[in-house]
Design a protein around this ligand. Structure first.
Ligand SMILES: Cc1cc2nc3c(=O)[nH]c(=O)nc-3n(C[C@H](O)[C@H](O)[C@H](O)COP(=O)(O)OP(=O)(O)OC[C@H]3O[C@@H](n4cnc5c(N)ncnc54)[C@H](O)[C@@H]3O)c2cc1C
Length: 272
């Protein structure tokens, strides 16, 4: 199938992009790496009368070390992180996640911002950035706001962004010395989206953050499991089951076993 006709706009600044997106009243859609949007347009699953290309806005491709960690422009590609071009204050978690996304040609073009805004439940960045307690910087004609990943992710393919808003960057706090992490995912074949993702970050003296991805909804925190990290396996499995009942209540036995195994493996990796 071919996409429906659309016009193509090339803003050179974030302010210009926000203006064009707001002016389009929902019929104008941002495009970054195009790795997800272009197939959706071709399938006519993402109606757009106008594409506003963020790829020419230099500021979105920038990254910098900050007092708290690293600021990663929304237009930074997975490949740039995989290749170590972006400072990684997370002891390698960002680089590990980037290198495991799809295959190289997707990673060369796909961006962190595009991945998060698409909010595919099986995508890697939403789960990882949620576990790292990252925040997103969002611009619109009205100004800038900063939201936590937990407030940004609403559900499958749904974020709290409104028409005219552009994510400009993610602030990722550095992990303090002695922190540990585990990242595990189950894929049907190499390069495919995950069926299940477990991401665990343990900061000294601050407990664990446990996130499950690959559900039917958004990447989700697992508060019962977080409390049970360090307990014996039976207690841990029981805690995961309690979280799963809230996160994916319709999960069948196979999916429950799959998610349980992924989360357990991620915890074991963080503890190793
Ligand atoms: C074959 C294949 C396999 C893949 N496997 C994986 C995988 O294993 N794991 C994984 O995580 N991902 C995977 N992906 C998705 C990939 O990571 C994409 O890069 C990502 O989903 C979208 O990024 P993009 O820059 O291409 O965004 P686009 O496709 O250009 O845009 C996606 C959406 O985000 C919006 N958008 C983009 N940037 C912004 C912004 N800054 N502000 C506001 N809205 C914005 C667009 O309007 C659009 O709705 C795969 C993709 C393909 C094609």
């Amino acid at each position: 199938m071919k996409s429906a006709p659309f016009d193509y706009q090339k803003p050179v600044s974030v302010a210009d992009a926000c203006k064009r997106l707001a002016g389009g009243a929902g019929a104008a859609v941002a495009i970054a790496g195009g790795q997800s949007l272009v197939p959706l347009l071709a399938l006519r699953m993402a109606p757009a009368e106008s594409l506003v290309d963020l790829g020419r806005i230099a500021a979105l491709g920038e990254f910098a070390t900050t007092a708290e960690g690293v600021r990663i422009g929304a237009g930074v590609t997975h490949a740039a992180i995989e290749d170590g071009k972006v400072p990684d204050p997370t002891a390698g978690l960002l680089q590990r996640v980037a290198g495991g996304i799809a295959y190289r040609s997707v990673r060369n073009h796909g961006t962190v911002g595009g991945s998060v805004v698409l909010a595919d439940p099986a995508a890697d960045w939403p789960a990882c950035l949620l576990a790292l307690r990252a925040t997103a910087r969002i611009s619109s004609v009205g100004g800038e706001r900063v939201v936590t990943m937990n407030d940004l992710l609403v559900g499958a393919y749904t974020t709290s962004l409104v028409v005219g808003e552009v994510i400009t960057a993610f602030d990722v706090p550095a992990l303090p010395p002695g922190s540990r992490w585990g990242y595990q995912k189950v894929v049907r074949k190499s390069g495919a989206f995950a069926m299940s993702i477990g991401c665990v970050v343990m900061r000294p003296g601050a407990g664990a953050v446990v996130v499950l991805g690959g559900t039917t909804s958004r990447a989700a925190l697992m508060p019962e499991t977080e409390k049970a990290v360090g307990a014996d396996e039976a207690a841990l499995r029981a805690a995961i089951a309690r979280d799963l009942a809230g996160v994916q209540p319709d999960a069948d036995d196979y999916i429950k076993r799959l998610h349980t195994a992924t989360v357990l493996k991620a915890i074991r990796e963080a503890q190793a």
